[in-house]
Design a protein around this ligand. Structure first.
Ligand code: ADE
Length: 225
């Protein structure tokens, strides 16, 4: 899978993909991430990418031309399954959306800034708009990094059996059960006996009941689905 990220702050992506699972997925060829600086496509001598809002309200809007030229260039090179704009007024990211997107070959992620992007870009290029939650970030970069991480770890082969995505919170509509590791007794704080019993069926039942109970207490809305 190939992910192209369009941003005016490329340096914000120097960290998130260079560790752990995403780093390994890239090294093993499951995913490619390409970062593009929108400013490089500005057709004016000051490399300006934003301008005042028509109609007088305060703030700046990202201009059509640099982003349109960059998207056109990328679309001439390959076919994209989705051109996604990260925005607080998009559909809220869920595990279901991450699952869908992980099946694609090529996706583009556009990071917005200031008051947003010129609406004509949304009308003519954007196929999907995603928010990572009901709060406002300074820009779409962190949201794009979150979305990218949630997608890449789901690509078949990226996670080994021991970290299988199938046991993640949300994957089966439930939160994850509590987990423990050695020692089984830390200063009198004991691991539940059943987990040390070796009885696979009882352990599975216990995990399921714990997941159900945790979901009922913390996120009852998930059980109605
Ligand atoms: N840009 C600013 N806030 C955002 C959010 N919550 N989700 C996605 N993109 C954003």
């Amino acid at each position: 899978m190939r992910i192209d990220i369009l941003t005016i702050f490329p340096a914000m992506f120097e960290g998130p993909f260079t560790e752990s699972i995403i780093k390994r997925a890239i090294a093993r060829g499951y995913a490619e991430i390409h970062i593009h600086n929108i400013r490089d496509f500005a057709a004016n001598k000051h490399r300006k990418v934003d301008d005042y809002v028509f109609g007088g309200s305060a703030g700046m809007v990202m201009m059509v031309q640099p982003i349109a030229d960059l998207i056109d260039k990328l679309k001439a090179e390959r076919i994209y399954d989705e051109v996604i704009f990260l925005t607080p007024d998009g559909e809220i990211l869920s595990q279901g959306i991450a699952n869908q997107l992980s099946l694609h070959g090529n996706i583009m992620l556009l990071c917005g800034h200031y008051k947003g992007i010129d609406e004509r870009l949304r009308e003519h290029y954007i196929t999907r708009e995603i928010s990572i939650g009901d709060y406002v970030l300074s820009g779409g970069e962190l949201a794009a990094a979150v979305l990218t991480d949630s997608i890449i770890r789901l690509i078949p082969g990226v996670l080994g059996d021991e970290t299988s995505a199938l046991s993640d919170s949300f994957q089966d509509g439930l939160l994850s059960p509590p987990v423990y590791t050695r020692p089984s007794d830390y200063k009198g704080w004991k691991v539940p006996d059943v987990l040390l019993s070796g009885n696979e069926k009882e352990i599975k039942d216990w995990n399921y009941r714990q997941a159900l109970e945790r979901t009922r207490k913390r996120r009852p809305g998930l059980l109605n689905g």
